[in-house]
Design a protein around this ligand. Sequence first.
Ligand SMILES: Cc1cc2nc3c(=O)[nH]c(=O)nc-3n(C[C@H](O)[C@H](O)[C@H](O)COP(=O)(O)OP(=O)(O)OC[C@H]3O[C@@H](n4cnc5c(N)ncnc54)[C@H](O)[C@@H]3O)c2cc1C
Length: 380
Amino acid sequence: MAIIIVGAGIAGLSLAVGLQRAGVPVTVVEEREHLDGGAGITLWPNALAALDDLGLGAQVRRTGRQVSAGTVATPRGRRIRELDEADLAAALGEPVIAIHRQTLMDLLVAHLRPGTIRWSAPVAGVHVAGGRTLVELADGTELAASAVVGADGIRSAIARTLNPGLAMAHSGFTAWRGVAAVELDGGGQVWGNGAEFGWVPLAQGQTYWFAARRAPEGQDLGPAAELARLHHDFGHWDGPAADLIAATAPDGLARHDLPDRPLAKRWHAGSVVLIGDAAHPMRPNLGQGGCQGVEDAAVLSRLLVGAADPTAACAEFTRLRRRRVVGVARQSWFLGTMIGLRPHAAASALFRASSWLPQRLLLGQIATVASADAYQKARR
Ligand SMILES: Cc1cc2nc3c(=O)[nH]c(=O)nc-3n(C[C@H](O)[C@H](O)[C@H](O)COP(=O)(O)OP(=O)(O)OC[C@H]3O[C@@H](n4cnc5c(N)ncnc54)[C@H](O)[C@@H]3O)c2cc1C
């Protein structure tokens, strides 16, 4: 019987690659008809080390682009922080990689045997009947599995099955992401009045950018008008925001009202287990949501391969991963809250205070989350 992974996102596909590579039968069940792009993603050395364990690290490093260190500044150009590329790489074990999301997802799919992913198959839930674990598709079909992995993202049906009443609310922030055909040397971020704008060069002369600011839910004007509004809000900021927004095609803009959902209380029940955003959604501010999903995939893959009892593997996964992820989610929340703090004078005071933090301490702090070493210590 196969292991069934619900959701073909970064976490689910990474796990599928790890399991299939070790000869474990696996099926991925995905509600979408196909992969549909996205903008860019930064993969920190903790995720690169996990990708090494999955046999994918070298290819991802080759395909992506090393991120040269960035600045953090205010909209008027006052430097809050400047991180040196060599110092950052030394603290983390190696440079950070930025890659187009579509490229990353294509690379993951290319490592799976044809037919591994069952597309257009929304899952309604999972239950145990007659000693068998059954995944229920929305069309009524039931699929028996030796273990079920809920990798179905922040709106996870599997997480809600394990945690009835799991609440979700608007965080108060909306995020936009795009990729522009603009070549830049380095990345950077600007933190402003309850808002931020960041950019990271990708391979092939492209730059990934993201913006976030306080906004009520459900105010989507459509891509062209959203780009015009972004240009109005961020175009006068220090840095390349104006050029990047102007060089982004409307059909390349992704806009999301960012939800807040707590970590799931129960990550596993029997041989059903949650990974990625389904288990531990987090604010995007540390750029760690996807990285932690890749760490989950590498750890769960190792535990499930050759496990006589998937239930014990799922319990051990929860024990190992919870203690690692809780702190990372908390730090993401803290950074997002600091940037969005009101009144803005309070945020400015915090930015100023953070600019006095000695670089050595800051790098040490980043390394506890994003270094290869942090992953390696936590996987044991
Ligand atoms: C603005 C922004 C910037 C970010 N930047 C970074 C970054 O630089 N680095 C980083 O590491 N992270 C980043 N993140 C976080 C990262 O995008 C997420 O943490 C990551 O994509 C989660 O991956 P996942 O596989 O767990 O879930 P998802 O990517 O959400 O995948 C879940 C999959 O499950 C499918 N699915 C859902 N429900 C069902 C169902 N019922 N049946 C079948 N299939 C289903 C979905 O269609 C989807 O394909 C960012 C997030 C945002 C919002």
